[in-house]
Design a protein around this ligand. Sequence first.
Ligand code: LMR
Length: 343
Amino acid sequence: MSNISLRRIRRTSVGMLCYSALLICTLAACGDAGNKEGAKVLIKFPHVTAPGTPKGRAADRFRDLVHERLGDRVTVEVYPSGQLMNDDDSIDALAFGEVQMIAVSLSKFDRLTKKFQIFDLPFMFQDLSAVERFQESPSGDALLSAMTESGLTGVAFWHNGMKQFSGPEPMTTPDAADGLKFRIMESDVLQAQILQVGGNPQKMAYGEVYQALQTGAVDAQENTWSNIYSSKFYEVQDYITQSNHGYLGYLVLVNTKFWSSIPDDVRAELRSILVETSDWANAQAAEINQDALEKIKASGRTEVVALTPEQIKQWQDIMRPVWDQFEDSIGSDVIAAAQQVPR
Ligand code: LMR
């Protein structure tokens, strides 16, 4: 039984019921839409960010292009803002065939594969172009198949942007992070990164962050400008430091059995729409984040603090041991490939 199945059974209070459901699901070829020639395909696509974010726009664009090109042969239903489920649950739901496509932060797959940890290494990528060059390299492209053993296939990478630290103090130097409680995504690398600067990392679902910051359950967090703006974190954080210390992007993922059950011509068209959507969305992600930054500054609700090159160097130096800590699980070859992608 896969990790996903075991975990799902473990965490429910009615494990036996779920186990029966799992058996039924397995017998019924879970995730198989049973799509025969001419049958209609329904793709339920939940995600956790707002419609105007890089991911929200990409998902809507995909839905619209599918409608335009495939008419009623395929319907994509997008559920934004975590209205259907959080990211963690969506991975299980995809495996169980309850939803058919997800776009989850690369930081949130630790329980299935360690390969995406490369994207969380602090100061690994200078900007989105550097990430893109790696994702398009043979090592990066191979990551799309990292979870085939769990029955999940990666079909695209989508950008959000570079992460910034926000908190009750300007974090110009790492000592300002000492003792603060940081909300982080469900990632062991991010946990190590915060421990490295003396902070107290708390893994937490995205939908809970605003309230946790507002009530003081956590003091600080790291996220992109578009997420900080659209989820209003800037209204409950006194300072945002332009640290650009890490990358936040997504893997668009399908259930392999479902995907293979789609008629070949339809699947080929879906793939080509995904390529078109990804090119369109990735080209405007940086601009969406820049626009969010301007709006946050104009709001006057928080102070945006820039870093000098010397201050950035201090952050890089203190966080660098995290690379060594995860070198074995990520693979030194992958780290080297990510560093060496040509400009
Ligand atoms: C987060 O949890 O902070 C992000 O993964 C949210 C998102 O999907 O961008």
